[in-house]
Ligand binder design. Sequence first.
Ligand code: ATP
Ligand code: MG
Ligand code: MG
Ligand code: MG
Length: 564
Amino acid sequence: MRLSKFPLHTTKETPADAEVVSHQLMLRAGYIRKLGAGLYSWLPLGLRVLQRIEAVVREEMNRAGSLELLMPSVHPAELWQESGRWQQMGEEMLRFKDRHQNDFAYGPTHEEVICHHFRQDFRSYKQLPVSFYQVQTKFRDERRPRFGVMRSREFIMKDAYSFHMDKDDLAREYLNMREAYTRIFTRLGVDFRVVKADSGNIGGAASEEFHVLAGSGEDLLAVSDSGPYAANVEAAETLPSEQPRAAATAAMEKVSTPGQKTCEQVSKFLDVPLTGKVKLLVVQGAEGGLVAIALRGDHQLNEIKAARHPAVASPLRLADPADVQRVFGCEVGYLGPVGCPVPLIADHAAAALADFVCGANDNDHHLRGVNWGRDCAEPESLDLRMIAEGDPSPDGQGAIRFVRGIEGGHIFQLGRKYSTAMGLSVLDDKGASVTPEMGCYGIGITRLAAAVIEQSFDAAGIIWPDAIAPFRVILCPIGLDKSETVRVAVETLYGELLGTGVDVLLDDRGNRPGAMFADADLIGIPHRIVVGDKGLAGQQFEYKHRRADKAEMIAATTAAVLEK
Ligand code: ATP
Ligand code: MG
Ligand code: MG
Ligand code: MG
């Protein structure tokens, strides 16, 4: 591709409303453009990255034996009513009516739809196991869309669904998918961890998330410093109560009686209407600071924007980690999915807690949209768990350390939750009717593009791994309009690289070297070849890897370039 025909839209200025580096760089380098809250267009450069990620995902899914199909993004309400999720999904699901006043949803996920197709065509054990996947646009009306495409409302997901005669076969496929995901994340060149996850509202037995490790990650992970243990703190095992936590426990007991901590009490404590089953997780930060996250399944108290502490006169803005750090002596950053943890208090825990008032008084955001299970019929209970940095790992190997991650993928053993609700059945080899076991497996394609950047950038811009770079090589001719030698050399190289199937970008805009290099670095092309009269006089090109400090001279041949 020639840059004269592939306009770049790069800027030096950091966009004011972009908080994380991937969002900033994707805007600055012209990969994406915003259309509305949580809605982004992918410009030609960005789309190439998405297509590369999709290609890796498709290759590995196909290799793992899953069959690609494509389901509509608009779903009839009846399917969601059948599973019971028409009610459960709350405001995250976008709903609308057609001209006949029939209800529809824009699919946030596709369990219901795939179950519907399964029951249309599958009758016998001979047709199982089977696994389907698609790469499809989802819409979730996220409470706080942010970080650009990392938490957008419309996004692309690869979602897969498998059907099995029994639990053992589901477990086998789960491992198969786990391996496929491991290959995908490895090929994308990211540093990732597979962590135990809370299966939340979706139900089911085993569940793990694939996290791209990054300081900007919204999830807090408890990992062993020297063993294999790794869990999302939402799913981390309860740890035995120890000395440093006595204060916290005491504090909690002030607001509710041990053992029988009801939602009503927590509700009073947090000044938030809560019903149904609530888990309260207390995380102990550095220097005894405590951070608590109240959660129920996927729902977290993430709309709490301010809390009062006796040490400060005005409500703290929890969105500002520095505030929390100053007062509570613990590092917070983005804890919990949307980054608004409820800080509790360390040393003088009990006293401080008594004064703890929690309310969202910022921009009329008072916990709007938090679905604490109004329709939930579960018995009221509160389960208090604690985990601290330095705790022994639950598997006995090493000590717990906290790291942050971006959830890039999630695999579930769903069991028979949906197959039962939607009346799926197949005949086994004895002619008896069996409700199939199900698994589901998701990867955030658009989110991963940003997650890769969170791990791979420098002051000059993005650094793409070869596997998903929009172009692998960029050719920068110096003095293109003045030197025929340069023109011939670079055109020959360009043609030959294209001929061997290398994705090559030729900067034929006639820009000065500095401007050319700045663009090449910002958009993150991994390999750069400079073709100039000086080098050509000694039959050489200049080569630089995007990560290297210095350029090197290589022979002025296509073969030498291909070696890089
Ligand atoms: P999160 O905890 O970040 O809200 P989730 O657990 O709700 O994610 P899943 O239902 O497990 O998401 O969906 C599978 C994958 O889809 C996630 O692992 C993530 O990579 C991606 N994904 C989910 N929500 C979004 C979003 N709002 N924007 C971009 N990608 C998303
Ligand atoms: Mg979510
Ligand atoms: Mg999640
Ligand atoms: Mg998930």
